[in-house]
Ligand binder design. Structure first.
Ligand SMILES: [Zn+2]
Length: 340
């Protein structure tokens, strides 16, 4: 028998609380939907209702005409249930007017209804300028974009790099061995494209250079396995927020430390999940809301370990589920949520 097939059902008998619907209506700050301009949004909202998702933030908004079309579809079929984030087209960065044009496009996208800006991990990984050089996250040619987001008071959700084990030797000591074995294109190295720490440092320098802009560092900034460091970073950078998309398994394996972290940083954490697999939300709710012991996670390549509930108090849950997001996105209809 091999590692992948060894997955015995637990013999532990203890109280269980399967949570299929969040305790409070929530805002998912990290979601991706495509063809939003022509999608049947009534069907989508009916699935959102089954998990108590009041508002979905679609980070794959694109820009220009397609973004406009998405916003129009939302307005006519599900006006209160979605927010679209715009994206930047990095092609031809290095040409003389690239920055000015990108800023102009962003302003137009916000005028057309975008509620924020999403930066994909391609920045830092694959985006190259017209000279063929990797564009760093703190490249000065992007400064005007971050500055404009601050002026427009829209948040920037940014995903930089990937889990650190993707850079480590793929052997018996690598916690993401199974993921790298089944998805070999996720393997990185110090030169492909750069060391993990280099990318992370570029991102932090950029955050610090733009204190007037609010950033949401996706996936706990890949520090969910090192909450003391993440806490220090949040202390140093009051303009930075974070969300736990795809890293809930890190929190579920350290319930005491994670609970203390959520209590201390309750104003800085947002609910995010990333991939749209509705039946997986139950793991998130169970980790956040219950005091359950030793229950399974849904993806062995993320976590071969079991989860424990954080048992967060209602006051913290409400902030994570909707209050913090409402502060960052004041355009969302508050009547969808409890008054206090
Ligand atoms: Zn994402």
């Amino acid at each position: 028998m091999d590692f992948e097939s060894y997955n015995p059902p637990s013999t532990l008998i203890t109280s269980q609380h399967i949570v299929t619907k969040a305790k409070y209506p929530f805002i998912d700050i990290h979601n991706h939907q495509w063809n939003m301009g022509s999608k049947d949004l009534e069907e989508l909202t009916s699935v959102m209702d089954t998990v108590n998702m009041a508002v979905m933030i679609n980070l794959s908004g694109g820009s220009g005409e397609s973004l406009k079309k998405s916003v129009e579809n939302i307005k006519t079929t599900a006006p209160r249930r979605f927010v679209i984030f715009a994206n930047i087209n990095f092609e031809k960065i290095g040409e003389k007017d690239w920055t000015a044009n990108a800023v102009k496009q962003l302003e137009e996208d916000v005028k057309n209804g975008a509620g924020g800006l999403k930066i994909f991990k391609s920045l830092g990984f694959s985006v190259k300028d017209t000279d063929g050089k990797r564009v760093t996250i703190d490249d000065v040619r992007l400064d005007a974009i971050w500055h404009k987001c601050g002026q427009l008071n829209i948040p920037v959700l940014i995903h930089t790099a990937d889990p650190k084990p993707f850079w480590q030797t793929m052997d018996a000591n690598n916690e993401r061995w199974l993921e790298l074995a089944t998805r070999p294109n996720r393997k990185r190295s110090g030169t492909d494209p750069a060391p993990w720490q280099t990318l992370i440092d570029e991102q932090h320098r950029m955050f610090k250079k733009h204190p007037e802009t609010k950033f949401i560092n996706a996936h706990f900034g890949w520090y969910a396995n090192d909450l003391a460091t993440l806490g220090k970073l949040l202390d140093e950078m009051p303009n930075v927020y974070t969300e736990f998309g795809a890293i809930i398994a890190e929190l579920g394996r350290q319930p005491r430390a994670a609970k203390a972290f959520f209590e201390k940083y309750q104003n800085r954490i947002l609910f995010g999940k990333d991939s749209w697999v509705p039946e997986e939300y139950t793991t998130y709710f169970r980790v956040l809301e219950t005091a359950d012991d030793y229950f399974p996670y849904h993806k062995k390549y993320h976590a071969f370990w079991a989860m424990y509930g954080l048992d967060l108090p209602d006051s913290v849950l409400k902030k994570i589920y909707y209050k913090n997001a409402l502060k960052l996105l004041p355009g969302i209809d508050k009547s969808l949520f409890p008054a206090n």
